[in-house]
Design a protein around this ligand. Structure first.
Ligand SMILES: [Zn+2]
Length: 160
């Protein structure tokens, strides 16, 4: 780490060695401060006073620093399939054969939850299409179940 001082308010600042020569924002006064080269610090005790740079000049450099400081595991993480999408699809398919009312409802509920999560964080999750397919299958299951029940028991119900 490079330790140095803000030339504006004298606050102690610290930056990783890789940021030497870049610009950092002083946490106290907000001034943009150039990070000194680690070589220039005698025995690493106290950073040399350096001049604050005008905002305009610093903006471009600061943006690069921002990219630098983004946690790598976050930005490099591959999107994974949103939970519930596969479950919704499986329930939707099972519902075509058994207990459509039950599996159809599950498929719709899981599918909508997964779909909305995947839409909200498109960089983080995939599986939107799968969730949507699950929802559609779920509605088909429910509709088919109601039609079959009406066909099987319709006569009896109308007699009561
Ligand atoms: Zn300061």
């Amino acid at each position: 780490m490079i330790r140095y001082r803000c030339p504006n308010c004298k606050a102690d600042m610290e930056s990783p060695d890789s940021l030497a020569g870049w610009f950092e924002k002083c946490p106290v006064c907000g001034y943009k401060v150039k990070v000194p080269q680690p070589k220039s610090i005698p025995d690493g005790l106290e950073g040399e006073l350096i001049e604050a740079v005008p905002e305009k000049e610093a903006i471009k450099q600061e943006q690069i620093i921002h990219v630098y400081s983004t946690p790598t595991n976050e930005s490099n993480a591959l999107p994974k399939k949103v939970s519930g999408a596969t479950l919704s699809l499986v329930c939707g398919i099972v519902g075509l054969f058994f207990f459509g009312i039950l599996f159809g409802l599950l498929a719709v509920v899981f599918g909508i939850m997964a779909y909305s999560t995947a839409s909200k964080y498109p960089k983080k999750y995939t599986g939107k299409e799968e969730a949507l397919a699950g929802v559609i299958l779920g509605f088909i299951d429910i509709a088919a179940w109601i039609l079959i029940m009406a066909w099987l028991f319709g006569d009896k119900i109308s007699l009561v």
